[in-house]
Design a protein around this ligand. Sequence first.
Ligand SMILES: NC(=O)c1ccc[n+]([C@@H]2O[C@H](COP(=O)([O-])OP(=O)(O)OC[C@H]3O[C@@H](n4cnc5c(N)ncnc54)[C@H](O)[C@@H]3O)[C@@H](O)[C@H]2O)c1
Length: 274
Amino acid sequence: MSDRTVVITGAGNGLGAEIARCAVEAGWIVGVLDRDIEAASRVAASLGDHAIALGADTTDEAQVEGALDVFAAGVGRPAPDGIVCNAGIVRFGPLLDLDASDWRAVVDVNLSGTFLSARAYARRVIGAEQPGAIVTVTSMNGVAAGPNAGAYGATKAGIARLTTQMALEWGPLGIRANAVAPGLIDAGMSEPIYADPEIRRLRSERVPVGRLGTGADVASVVLFLLSAEASYVNGTELLVDGGVTGSVISSLPRPLSVDSVGLGEQTPGSSRDR
Ligand SMILES: NC(=O)c1ccc[n+]([C@@H]2O[C@H](COP(=O)([O-])OP(=O)(O)OC[C@H]3O[C@@H](n4cnc5c(N)ncnc54)[C@H](O)[C@@H]3O)[C@@H](O)[C@H]2O)c1
C-alpha cells in the first residue's frame, strides 16, 4: 500500500467518483472535491479512511485553496502528489439559440475552473519543492465537433491547449501535465443519453471496439498518467474512446474496391488509399 495522495475535482458523482474509487483501490489517499459537499461526503464515506471529502467550487480560487488546506491538514503534507481536474458541466443546444448565460457557465466551470484548480495546486507543489502531476479531463468533443454541443467542445479544446501550456511552463519546475479525453462513456453526465436503448445500441455499434466506455476505463488511464510509469509523459492528450473519434471516415461512402478509382492520376509510388 503506497501513501501517494491525490485530489480529484468533481468527484462527488460520475467519472470523478469512479476515478476516486479506483485510486483508493490502487493505494492512493484521495481528496474527493466537489461543490456539492453532500455528494463528496457520500463518496468519501463509501471509500473509508483513505478518502477525505472537500467542499469547493473550482471557479472560486479561494475555495480551492481552502480545500487544499483541509486536505493538507488531513494527510499531514503541504501538497498532494497529484490533482485530477475533472469537474465539468455541459449545456446542450444549437449555437444559434444558445443562451449566453449557458455559454458563460460552461466556460467558467470547464476552462476557468480547470485553470484555477491546477494553478492553486501547482503553486502549492512548487512551494513545497516536490514533484507533481496534473491530469485534466477533456473530451472527444474537444477533438471533433458534435451536434448541439454548445460551448462544451470549445472549452475541452481549450483545456487541451491549457494543458500543453502548463506542461511547458511547469515541466521545468517538476510538474507534469497531461489530459485524458473520454469518448462515449456510459456514466455520469451521459447517463440520460444511454437511458434510451436505441441510442445506446446505435452509439455502441459505432465504436470500433464494439462497446461504450466505463468510468473504470477512464480511471485506469488517469492513474497511469499520475504514476511514475508516466514520468516522461508531459503535455499529451490521450483519447480513451475505443477508437471512435478517429473512425469518422467510416461514415463516408466508399466503393468496396478502390483499385479502379483515380488510376489515371497514379504516379509511381503514390498511394491508392484515399
Ligand atoms: N460522462 C461522459 O460521457 C464524459 C465524456 C467525456 C468527458 N467527460 C468529462 O468528465 C468529467 C466528469 O463528468 P461526469 O460525466 O462525471 O459528470 P457528472 O455531472 O456526473 O459529475 C460532475 C461532478 O462535478 C461537480 N462539479 C460541477 N461543477 C463543479 C465546480 N465548479 N466545482 C466543483 N465541482 C463541480 C458536480 O457537482 C458533479 O458532482 C467532465 O469534465 C466531463 O466533461 C464526461
